[in-house]
Design a protein around this ligand. Structure first.
Ligand code: GLA
Length: 408
C-alpha cells in the first residue's frame, strides 16, 4: 500500500510539474538576435516597413550573421473583434499578421510581436489584461515566434503573477515563443523571471546618446553609459535561456561611429540580446559593418553564456572581461571620456579571476594570443605588456585565444 501511495505521489508530482511547465526550455540558449521597430520608427510602422526590413535583414548579411527575429513593437494593434480577439490595425497592416508571419518565415526569419500586461500598451493600444489566453492563441495561429510584453497601465497588478499568466497562456497555445519581459527592472525580474521568460529588461528605455538622460516628464530614457552602469550585480542571474536585457540597440540611430562601436562591444560583453533598432533599409556601410562584425557577435553568442564583468576602473577607463568557451576570454577597454587615452596592461601582474564562473585567466601560467576584434590585427601575446591608445568614446576589444603549446 505504501508503495502505491509513493508511486501515486510521484505520478501526481509529474502531472503537477507538467501543468506548471510554461517556458519552452530549449529556446534562446544564446542571447536572442534580431531587430525591433521601436527605437527608430516608434508608432510609424506598416506592413511594408516590416517586409522591407525582413528583406534588408537578408540582403545586408545580417541574417547570415545570426540576426533572426523581426520584432514589431507597439502600435500594430487594431480593435478587438466582437469575441474579444485582437486584430491588426487594418490600415497599417491590411494583410494581417498571419500573412506577415508567412512572409518573414519565407525569408528564413522569425516574427515577433509586442503586447502589454496592462489594460493598454504604452502607446495606448489594447493591452492583454483579461485576454491573455486569447491573445496567446491568436499569436500561435498567426505563427508568432517572439513576444515582448510591456508593463504600462498595470496599476495594482503583481508583476510576477502577470508575467506568469502570459507565460502559461503561451505554453497552453502550444507554439514555442521566446518570451521577453519588459517591466524595466522595477520589480527585480532577475530574481523571479528565469522560470517564466527568456529575457527581461533590466532598466528603463535606452536613448541614442552616449551618456545622457532624456527627460520625458514623468519618465526618462538613458544613454548607453547610463544603462551600462545599471547592470552591476546582475550577471549572476543570466545564462543560457535566461538573459538580462539592457534594451534594444541604438547603433545607427545617430551616435558617432566610435560610440556605436563602443555600444555594440559592451552589449556583447554583457551577453545582451542583440536587437538592432535602426532602419536596416537605409543604414550606412559603417553601421552595417558594426552590426555584422562576426568576431564581436561571437563574444556575445559564446555558448557558455557567461555575462562579462568590470575588472577595474581608473578615471574614464574601464576594463571588462568575459570568460569564453575553450578557455578563451574577451577583454574590453572602454574609454568613457571624450579624449584619447593611453593604456598599459601588464598581463603577468594582473589577477583576473571570476568567482561566479570559477574561471581564472592564470596569466602567469597561461599564454594567450591577442586578437583585435575591430581591426582584425594580431596584437602579439600576453607575454609582452599591452600598450594601446583607446580613442574617446570608443573601445579596444580583444579576444584572448588560449595557446596550448607554450614554446619557451
Ligand atoms: C515602453 C518600452 C519600449 C517600447 C515602448 C512602446 O516604453 O520600454 O521599449 O516598447 O514602451 O510604447
Amino acid at each position: 500500500m505504501k508503495r502505491v501511495i509513493v508511486l501515486l505521489s510521484v505520478v501526481l508530482l509529474a502531472v503537477a510539474t507538467d501543468v506548471d511547465a510554461q517556458k519552452v526550455k530549449n529556446l534562446a540558449l544564446t542571447p536572442p538576435m534580431g531587430w525591433n521597430s521601436w527605437n527608430h520608427f516608434g508608432c510609424n510602422i506598416t506592413e511594408e516597413v516590416i517586409r522591407e526590413t525582413a528583406d534588408a535583414m537578408v540582403t545586408s548579411g545580417m541574417r547570415d550573421a545570426g540576426y533572426l527575429y523581426v520584432n514589431v513593437d507597439d502600435c500594430w494593434h487594431g480593435e478587438r473583434d466582437e469575441n474579444g480577439f485582437i486584430q491588426a490595425d487594418p490600415e497599417r497592416f491590411p494583410s494581417g499578421m498571419k500573412a506577415l508571419a508567412d512572409y518573414v518565415h519565407s525569408k528564413g526569419l522569425k516574427l515577433g510581436l509586442y503586447s502589454d500586461a496592462g489594460w493598454t500598451t504604452c502607446a495606448g493600444k489594447p493591452g492583454s489584461r483579461g485576454h491573455e489566453y486569447q491573445d496567446a492563441l491568436s499569436y500561435a495561429r498567426w505563427g508568432v515566434d517572439y513576444l515582448k510584453y510591456d508593463w504600462c497601465d498595470t496599476g495594482g497588478l503583481n508583476a510576477e503573477g502577470a508575467y506568469q499568466t502570459m507565460g502559461r497562456a503561451l505554453a497552453a497555445a502550444g507554439r514555442p515563443v521566446v518570451f521577453s519581459l519588459c517591466e524595466w527592472g522595477n520589480n527585480q525580474p532577475w530574481e523571479w523571471a528565469g522560470e517564466i521568460g527568456h529575457l527581461w529588461r533590466t532598466t528603463g528605455d535606452i536613448a541614442a546618446c552616449w551618456d545622457c538622460e532624456m527627460d520625458h516628464g514623468d519618465w526618462s530614457s538613458w544613454g548607453v553609459l547610463r544603462i551600462l552602469d545599471l547592470q552591476g550585480g546582475l550577471r549572476i542571474h543570466a545564462g543560457p535561456g535566461h538573459w538580462n536585457d539592457p534594451d534594444m540597440m541604438e547603433v545607427g540611430n545617430g551616435m558617432s561611429e566610435s560610440e556605436d562601436r563602443g555600444h555594440f562591444s559592451m552589449w556583447a560583453m554583457l551577453a545582451a540580446p542583440l536587437i538592432a533598432g535602426n532602419d536596416l533599409r537605409t543604414m550606412s556601410a559603417a553601421t552595417r559593418s558594426i552590426l555584422t562584425n562576426r568576431e564581436v557577435i561571437a563574444i556575445d553568442q559564446d555558448p557558455l553564456g557567461i555575462q562579462g564583468f568590470k575588472y577595474s576602473n581608473d578615471g574614464d577607463l574601464e576594463i571588462w572581461f568575459k570568460p569564453l568557451a575553450d578557455e578563451d576570454w574577451a577583454m574590453c577597454i572602454l574609454n568613457r571620456g571624450a579624449s584619447s587615452q593611453e593604456v598599459e596592461f601588464s598581463w603577468q601582474y594582473e589577477a583576473v579571476a571570476d568567482e561566479f564562473s570559477g574561471r581564472d585567466t592564470l596569466f602567469k601560467a597561461r599564454l594567450y594570443r591577442i586578437q583585435d576584434l575591430w581591426t582584425g590585427d594580431d596584437l602579439g601575446t600576453t607575454r609582452q605588456k599591452l600598450v594601446a591608445d583607446v580613442p574617446g568614446h570608443d573601445v579596444l576589444l580583444v579576444r584572448l585565444v588560449r595557446l596550448l603549446e607554450v614554446d619557451e
